[in-house]
Design a protein around this ligand. Sequence first.
Ligand code: AMP
Length: 239
Amino acid sequence: MHLTCNQEIVGSNPTGGLFLDGVNVMNIILIGPQGSGKGVLGRHLNSKYGFSPISSGDVLRQEMDKGTKLGKKIADIINKGNLFPDELTLELIDKKIRNARSGFILDGFPRNLNQAKLLESYLEKLDKKIDLVLLVDVPESVSLFRLAGRWQCKNFGEIYNTKTIPPKIHGICDKCGKALYQREDETEDAIKERLKIYHEKTEPLIKYYKEKGLLKVIDGSGTPKEVLKHAVDVIESLK
Ligand code: AMP
């Protein structure tokens, strides 16, 4: 397993996380169905190790909220649960990947084989590479249960769940005190379409990354703390 080492930032993590001994920078892809907890896991890994979480869905939603022509085009596509064009999605997360000097955790990208190949040649040009692909495995019943109660903060993208990770005050973000919202693509029809696309287009990535020797599977059905522990065990095992 290749671990990228950036001597410049040894012991001084700009995001405040702890660096692992001998593992300064890791670039990770999270794969898993909607509601598997990738977003929450990405945030927890960021707190622990300082790897920057990059969610293509969050980046698209932020663009959508600007109400620009591009934002309206995005809304038309994502509110139905369909995929935004591959190259354009990569262009939108490009800056975040370039800026992630202490490693990154990609959540939601790549979502199909074409995106995986685009990412590979793009990273090659930046002299970066993927070190680990974590499949967050949950049964569909758990996914659906979590999606039904999911609320999010627009400010920091903090994720809550009325049943499993409730905010201290209903409808209000613990971190910033602003109102939480439910996503427009979390209607029954859009969720069905998103899960269908996951099975058809995203699941083939499991075989793709397994063949490259990068894939590790963790059980995503426990509490956020338990899922973090599984991920940390994998990361530590790569030291
Ligand atoms: P997510 O927040 O990852 O569930 O993504 C929400 C929606 O954003 C998806 O259902 C897609 O419409 C769009 N989206 C997110 N990531 C991608 C991607 N890598 N490629 C194309 N569309 C994406």
